[in-house]
Design a protein around this ligand. Structure first.
Ligand SMILES: Cc1ncc(C[n+]2csc(CCOP(=O)(O)OP(=O)(O)O)c2C)c(N)n1
Length: 622
């Protein structure tokens, strides 16, 4: 039996000493470790399996004690994590207190730049390159970016700048033809001209044979052809695109042939200019189910006892997607837009049912928002389905292109609040604050999936921008219908009567407030009134009437306390001179980034669940 190599790797530089046979064995061991860990912890399986060989080739050629490696998104960096943290730490992946699912400055000296959102690697790497040269240092900088992440404008802004500065910088384009779903867009089609490249190689061979047969002139023509080969090749491969940005293009290179990659990287190491190496990989490599269905294995949850679909309530994303299909069948003006997340946002059904009215724009949130604004300006009803955290990318467009022109774009913000194991790069805990300040914007958050249906229906009847924000995960299992009720804007609802204390809540926190009210009654005999505002902006004016009857108030939100829902209520009370004599506690996300871990554990840690809110009730009533 062969001796295990992985357990002997104590520091990444040992990889430089391994021969190709050992590297191939190590790749297998790392794949095995990724699979056995990720089925337990959940995580990004297929992207990470796809770049194991590439990661080892990089670690064989570069010395990252000195050189810098910058990942894009970072969801594919599990081999890097195993090499730099060791197996035992890797087993704590994404757990509360364990290592993060993404590279993160401070977690390892080999994590040079934190990531989570896509298409930042070339910009960051260029910053590193300029800093190196200003300091007079001498090392290599390598950015690894996927073909999906390459679709974002930001990646091209960075290429444009890097080509202009002509810095010594290496970009590895990891092309697996997939984003989370199949990669989309003209660039993707362009990169796929590899087929044409294969045909070109054959054409070249045939031409050579034929020319050699021609006496006298044949050899001359062949020499001429050799000289012009590079420019001819460019016509057949994506090189022409990157060379326009003054990058030296090399590729396509087989991303599972470690020896070939090592040869290319070693040669490139000697160049001192911007270089792009186009590497072809198979997403999910080494795990047949993931190779076959890389989309389903892009990110997986922990393997638990699987309940049948009938047994479990649908997710908010599913309810959103189904309701939108139902409404779109009745209104041809409804169009749906996603930035590379059709499955995650619940739009797969819409994509199949209404292909003409469905648009996956690639990882291009800024474009998605302004594209929607254009459609709205022409009488359509665009629905932008987007994770709260990724709308951050399109903030200026929300203000400038949608709200300033008061265009009726509906933003369906999935994963609002704490998302769990993906951690601080993905928590959607700022949206209420950043959207609340924008004139013309209406913001709603449903307490359950039926309210989500009615909010979507209401939003599509409005003639101004609306954001509906809902959490990651399953609904409450309430009754769903395919007839909808228009909600009066902005009207809230009292869900539980009580005289001793008032809880004002919205969205995901309504359920926990009701739970806390029940605990208060059962455990300490306190009667709590619970008010669901439904709207974050504008706030329901009846709040002012309700508040008059209470001097003990708790306001709960799953959003940053700074500038969020509770801050809005304090402003309202202050502006109506209603603060005096009242004791108000605000519960929400404190002014720090919240780590990764299971959603329920994070909520409990921050007191954003039934028990946590009950504790505050106890504090208020003494
Ligand atoms: C700004 C932003 N939008 C969306 C996402 C969600 N997301 C994570 S990975 C991914 C696909 C990336 O595709 P690619 O770069 O080709 O990497 P692959 O997963 O294929 O290895 C997307 C859309 C993100 N991380 N950041």
């Amino acid at each position: 039996m062969k001796e295990e190599i992985l357990s002997q790797i104590k520091e990444p530089e040992q990889i430089m000493e391994l021969d190709y046979e050992e590297l191939r064995q190590l790749a297998e061991e790392i794949r095995g470790q990724i699979i056995s860990t990720v089925v337990k912890t959940g995580g990004h399986l297929a992207p990470s399996l796809g770049v194991v060989d590439l990661t080892l080739a990089l670690y064989k050629v570069f010395n990252f004690k000195k050189d810098k490696l910058i990942w894009d998104v970072g969801h594919q960096a599990y081999a890097h994590k195993i090499i730099t943290r060791g197996i035992e730490k890797f087993k704590t992946l994404r757990k509360l207190g364990g290592i993060s699912g993404f590279p993160r400055i401070g977690e390892s000296p080999y994590d040079f730049f934190g990531v989570g959102h896509s298409s930042t690697s070339i910009s960051a790497a260029l910053g590193f390159a300029v800093a190196r040269d200003l300091k007079g240092e001498d090392h290599k900088i390598v950015a690894v970016i996927g073909d999906g992440s390459m679709t974002a404008g930001m990646a091209f802004e960075a290429l444009n700048h890097a080509g202009d500065l002509e810095k010594d910088l290496i970009v590895v384009l990891n092309d697996n033809e997939m984003s989370i779903s199949k990669n989309v867009g003209a660039l993707s089609a362009f990169l796929s001209r590899k087929l044409a490249d294969k045909r070109f190689v054959k054409f070249k061979q045939d031409l050579k044979k034929w020319l050699k047969q021609i006496p006298r002139v044949g050899e001359d023509i062949l020499n001429y052809a050799r000289r012009s080969e590079e420019s001819l090749k460019n016509l057949f491969t994506p090189g022409i695109l990157f060379e326009a940005f003054r990058f030296y293009y090399i590729g396509p290179v087989d991303g599972h042939d470690i020896k070939k990659m090592v040869k290319v990287f070693s040669e490139v190491k000697e160049l001192e200019r911007p270089v792009l190496i186009h590497v072809l990989t198979k997403k999910g490599k080494g795990y047949p189910p993931a190779e076959k269905d890389p989309m389903s294995f892009h990110g997986i949850g922990k393997l638990k006892g699987v309940k049948s679909k009938e047994q479990r309530p649908p997710s908010y994303s599913e309810v959103f997607g189904d309701t939108l299909c139902d409404l779109a069948a009745k209104d041809r003006r409804i169009v749906a837009i996603t930035a590379a997340m059709p499955q995650g946002t619940g739009l797969s059904g819409f994509m199949q049912q209404f292909p003409d009215r469905f648009f996956d724009v690639g990882i291009c949130e800024q474009h998605a928002v302004t594209f929607a604004a254009g459609l709205a300006a022409q009488g359509y009803k665009p629905v932008v389905a987007i994770y709260s955290t990724f709308l951050q990318r399109g903030y200026d467009q929300v203000i400038h292109d949608v709200c300033l022109q008061n265009l009726p774009v509906v933003f369906c913000l999935d994963r609002g609040g704490l998302v769990g194991e993906d951690g601080p790069t993905h928590h959607g805990t700022f949206d209420l604050s950043f959207l609340r300040v924008i004139p013309n914007m209406t913001i709603m958050a449903p307490k359950d999936e039926r309210e989500l249906q009615n909010m979507l229906y209401t939003a599509l009847l409005m003639d101004s921008p609306v954001a509906i924000r809902y959490p990651r995960g399953r609904g409450k299992g309430v009754d769903l219908q395919n007839s909808y009720e228009k909600i009066a804007v902005p009207k809230g609802e009292i869900l539980r009567q009580g005289d001793d204390l008032l809880i004002i809540a919205v969205g995901s926190m309504v359920e926990y407030s009701l739970e806390a009210a029940t605990l208060a009654k059962d455990r300490i005999g306190v009667d709590v009134c619970v008010f669901n505002t439904r709207f974050i902006k504008p706030l329901p004016p009846e709040i002012l009437e309700i508040v008059k009857n209470f001097n003990k108030i708790i306001i709960v939100e799953e959003n940053a306390l700074i500038g969020g829902f509770s801050a809005g209520i304090l402003e309202l009370l202050n502006d109506n001179n209603m603060l005096s004599g009242k004791r108000i506690i605000r519960l929400g996300i404190p002014d720090r980034f919240i780590e990764h871990g299971p959603q329920s554990e994070l909520r409990s840690m921050l007191g954003l669940d039934g028990e946590g809110i009950f504790k505050k009730i106890c504090e208020l009533v003494g």
